[in-house]
Design a binder for this molecule. Structure first.
Ligand code: SF4
Ligand code: SF4
Length: 117
């Protein structure tokens, strides 16, 4: 007998963001404005460039393609616009070069009371 799966809820996707069956969506090779993170990220990954070995694990692990290698500067760069604060990169970094720092610690933090949620 097959295992009974837990019932999953449904999400109401706004019509303008719904994707019809068979649709082709662009690969995440450039910034897509519709996916810019709103003001709900609560932590951001902060990098210690001294510890970073440029292994690119964060680049591979990030589901939102927020890490890029700057060849000229020889350092990793983080894209604030799209990071969701999921912390996957922090957990996957083999050198402990990434730390989760609360958004409220930053002047430009996205969790600001004056902004509507
Ligand atoms: S995973 Fe860590 S060590 Fe590797 S490139 Fe990213 S920050 Fe640097
Ligand atoms: S916290 Fe999540 S979304 Fe942000 S850079 Fe790391 S893996 Fe990407």
């Amino acid at each position: 007998m097959s295992k009974k799966l837990p019932e999953l809820g449904t999400i109401n996707v706004p019509h303008e963001r719904s994707v019809p069956f068979g649709a082709i969506t662009p690969a995440p090779v450039h910034q897509q404005d519709l996916f810019i993170t709103s003001n709900w990220r609560i932590v951001r990954p902060v990098i210690d460039h001294e510890k970073c070995t440029r292994c690119l694990t964060c680049y591979i692990a990030c589901p939102d393609s927020c890490w890029a290698y700057n060849e000229k500067e020889d350092m990793m760069e983080w894209n604030t616009n799209f990071c969701k604060g999921c912390q996957i990169c922090i957990h996957e970094c083999p050198s402990d070069a990434l730390t989760a720092v609360p958004e409220l610690d930053f002047e430009d933090g996205v969790v600001r009371l004056e902004k509507p949620f």
